[in-house]
Design a binder for this molecule. Structure first.
Ligand SMILES: Cc1ncc(C[n+]2csc(CCOP(=O)(O)OP(=O)(O)O)c2C)c(N)n1
Ligand code: SF4
Ligand SMILES: [Mg+2]
Length: 352
């Protein structure tokens, strides 16, 4: 039995980190998950190669890179239409170093469910050359909160063994920054422009991760690429469960959020520090559990930052910093506080 990868894991020092992943038939090993930054940099391979056309400062490729550092072995990626897809596969080139399927905007979860079912059938008839193949979806907020939700809900209900990773840049960025169900209240987009008629999007963000918890699938988590170790652990957990996993990653977009492209990671940190985007995971056994920085804030509430810290560096919220919109900013703060307080009540590891 050949138990080998081409190239072998871990990557040898000096070997380029951008070779394509090829797992020889019969490969049974598991790529280890390590948390030493130097080891990760030296020994892991990214599923997304350099040369893609995503904007400088875009967090989406970091989402993919960190996720792929947590992959276990042979993996098939399914990618909904959106920035990540259009900018990584400009014909006749591709940046993907793993088997990758582009599907329509609305059906990433159905495509992944089909792939997973095909894998099961091949295994049953002894025609799968590997012990296991993971199936991972990357889809944007438009493709998840809105048009792809029916496919996602069906995939969850049928219990397919797929890890669905939502990179949420909070608007339809690829087609020109239109509002989505993931856009937060009062954010300016091209279809919810802040002006005399409306002060940005009038509606609140849909609680997509809580909606996935309501499906009672084996694993749900929130994450950001700024909290990289937490992110990788969650991806590995989501892969290890038997059944659907869902990870909601916030993903800064300097074009749509209108911030300096050098502060993409800092903006994500502020999202967590202000409790605008708390980090947690949920399993049917443990319920909600706070993780990483959000757990630290729960234990020491004085660390919680005001929402201005998140808003002030982004052009999409610039109008909220004007004196006439003081009440709107206060309302946004109250909304964030309420959602955070609710989460503290539900989280089994939050101090009571
Ligand atoms: C049925 C259908 N409607 C509209 C489109 C056009 N379209 C392609 S990508 C996209 C927006 C994608 O938004 P999101 O999922 O948030 O990904 P992002 O571009 O922000 O990364 C739209 C509207 C399409 N491809 N198919
Ligand atoms: S528009 Fe936004 S999400 Fe799209 S590639 Fe640029 S920074 Fe990334
Ligand atoms: Mg989007």
């Amino acid at each position: 039995m050949v138990v080998k990868t081409l190239p072998e894991f871990p990557v040898k020092k000096g070997e380029p980190a951008y070779k394509i992943w090829i797992f020889e038939p019969g490969w049974k090993g598991e790529i280890p998950l390590n948390f030493n930054l130097r080891q990760v940099a030296e020994q892991k391979r990214s599923a997304l190669l350099p040369g893609h056309r995503l904007c400088a400062g875009c967090a989406a490729p970091i989402v993919v890179k960190l996720a792929s550092f947590a992959f276990r072995g042979p993996t098939i990626v399914v990618n909904a239409t959106g920035c990540l897809e259009v900018a990584s596969t400009i014909f006749p080139y591709t940046s993907w170093a793993v088997p990758w399927i582009h599907n329509a905007f609305e059906n990433a979860a159905s495509t992944a469910a089909g792939v997973e079912s095909a894998i099961k059938a091949l295994k049953k008839t002894g025609r799968l050359p590997y012990e296991h193949v993971d199936v991972v979806v990357f889809a944007g907020d438009g493709g998840t909160f809105d048009i792809g939700f029916q496919a996602l809900s069906g995939m969850a209900e049928r219990g397919h063994d797929v890890l669905y990773i939502l990179y949420d840049n909070e608007a339809y960025m690829n087609t020109g920054i239109q509002r989505s169900g993931g856009t937060p209240k009062y954010a300016a987009t091209t279809t919810s422009p802040a002006g005399e008629v409306i002060p940005g999007k009038p509606e609140s963000k849909k609680p997509i991760a809580d909606i996935m918890v309501a499906h009672r699938i084996p694993y749900v988590a929130t994450a950001t690429p700024a909290h990289w170790m937490d992110f990788m652990k969650k991806v590995r957990k989501g892969l290890e469960v038997n059944g659907p996993g869902f990870i909601h990653s916030l993903s800064s977009c300097d074009r749509g959020w209108r911030h300096d492209n050098a502060i993409s990671i800092e903006v994500l940190r502020r999202a967590v520090d202000t409790c605008y985007f708390p980090l947690w995971e949920w399993t049917p056994e443990t319920g909600y559990m706070l993780t990483d920085r959000s757990l630290v804030i729960a234990r020491n509430p004085s660390l919680k930052q005001p929402i201005e810290r998140f808003v002030e560096v982004q052009g999409r919220f610039r109008h909220l910093m004007k004196p006439e919109n003081k009440e709107k900013l206060k309302e946004l703060q109250e909304y964030v506080d309420k959602v955070w307080e609710d989460l503290l009540k539900r989280a089994s590891n939050a101090p009571k």
